[in-house]
Design a protein around this ligand. Structure first.
Ligand code: NAP
Ligand code: ZN
Ligand code: ZN
Length: 349
């Protein structure tokens, strides 16, 4: 067992505080990863505050984990001590169901072991996330990170990157596609970068007028302020895909109007309350509303390699772990440019 220091929520109303806990002993297929950085995802807030229901405490959040392998089990083949590795939103899945066999582990039909606020495959042992000094993980759920990549800029790819990459690929975004990204936060800024790198024409739909210049810098070709009725009217019927990363309740009808014939709005943002869809938002142009959950392990590696090849990393503000509660408040005000990343070395000092 490995004595580990993390930051945990003890209840849905408590701020996160230091907490000691134990990681399991190294199994044959496991890595021990010394965590260097962990991104702060809005899902961490939803879960630490039990906004989706069913949360278990104490909870050490964090699923954008990068670091260095310091020990390996006897059967580990793909990693050696000293290698860099990443861990995303899952630490295991059944590995046998139709989804797992297709490499779609986040859609496992049996049981996904979420990196935190979940359980191991025994469906009993709680999992704890990356706001902590180290993690033990099966090598099949660890990702390779090239040595020349700045680690803190890679961390957010493990959730924000794959969660936006997967739907862009599934809906076959490429040259000639017109994509709108709703919300410029952690997911949104990766969506803009990735869609642009795939050759799409990208428009940002934002509620923050002050993000216009950043949207262009990140690769967006156009910017529409969602609260500007005239600009929204001009954008009507324009997009093949709206990738909706908005974390709070929002009027879907306004965004659906922007889709052209056969266009799809994909929800990756996960507000706690249901969103309303009117029949006449969909019927006239044969539009669809869909959802997408993270992405599989092979697809995550594909995205990491794509980012390394194309010089893509997250725009990050690196903070000590002790600043995480303040970071949550800033994210709730849409005041993040564009991902907070915890410097886990600050926990060791
Ligand atoms: P974030 O960094 O906080 O960004 C969310 C953005 O949404 C904000 O920056 C803001 O952008 C926009 N927004 C906030 N409130 C809004 C409102 N009331 N109306 C319209 N826009 C609003 O969050 P994130 O980490 O990117 O996560 C986004 C969502 O995705 C969260 O709900 C998270 O749980 C979910 N998520 C889902 C998956 C999945 O697998 N499906 C994976 C990871 C995260 P502007 O200032 O540009 O308007
Ligand atoms: Zn996430
Ligand atoms: Zn499965």
């Amino acid at each position: 067992m490995y004595e580990t220091l993390g930051y945990a929520a003890r209840t849905a109303r408590a701020p996160l505080e230091p907490q000691r806990f134990e990681r399991r002993a190294l199994g044959g297929a496991d890595l021990l990863l010394e965590i260097a950085y962990c991104g702060v995802c809005h899902s961490d807030i939803h879960q630490a505050r039990d906004e989706w229901g069913g949360a278990t405490f104490p909870m050490v959040p964090g699923h954008e984990i990068v670091g260095t392998v310091v020990a390996t089990g006897a059967a580990v083949k793909r990693f050696r001590a000293g290698d860099r590795a990443g861990v995303g939103c899952m630490v295991d899945a059944c590995r046998r169901c139709a989804s797992c066999l297709r490499g779609l582990e986040s859609y496992c039909e049996q049981h996904v072991s979420w990196t935190y606020n979940g359980t191991e495959q025994d469906q009993k042992t709680p999992t704890q996330g990356g706001y902590s000094t180290q993690i033990v993980v099966d090598e099949r759920f660890a990702l390779r990170i090239r040595a020349d990549q700045p680690l803190e800029r890679v961390a957010p790819l493990l959730c924000a990157g794959i969660t936006t990459w997967s739907p862009l690929r599934h809906w076959k975004v490429g040259a000639g596609s017109r994509v709108a990204v709703a919300g410029l936060g952690g997911l949104g800024h990766m969506a803009v970068k990735l869609a642009a790198s795939l050759g799409a024409e990208v428009t940002l739909l934002s509620t923050s007028a002050g993000k216009r210049a950043d949207a262009a810098r990140l690769g967006a070709h156009d910017f529409v302020l969602v609260t500007d009725d005239d600009a929204m009217a001009r954008a009507r019927g324009r997009f093949d895909l709206v990738l909706d990363t908005v974390s709070a309740h929002h009027p879907l009808a306004r965004y659906l109007e922007l889709l052209r014939l056969d266009g799809t709005l994909v929800l990756v943002g996960a507000p706690d309350k249901p969103l309303e869809v009117g029949a006449f938002s969909l019927i006239p142009r044969r539009r669809s509303v869909a959802g997408s959950l993270i992405g599989g392990i092979a697809e995550t590696q594909e995205m990491l390699d794509w980012c390394a090849d194309h010089g893509i990393g997250a725009d990050v503000e690196t903070i000590p772990v002790s600043a995480v509660n303040e970071a949550y408040e800033r994210m709730l005000r849409s005041d993040v440019r564009y991902r907070f990343v915890l410097d886990v070395a600050s926990l060791r000092r």
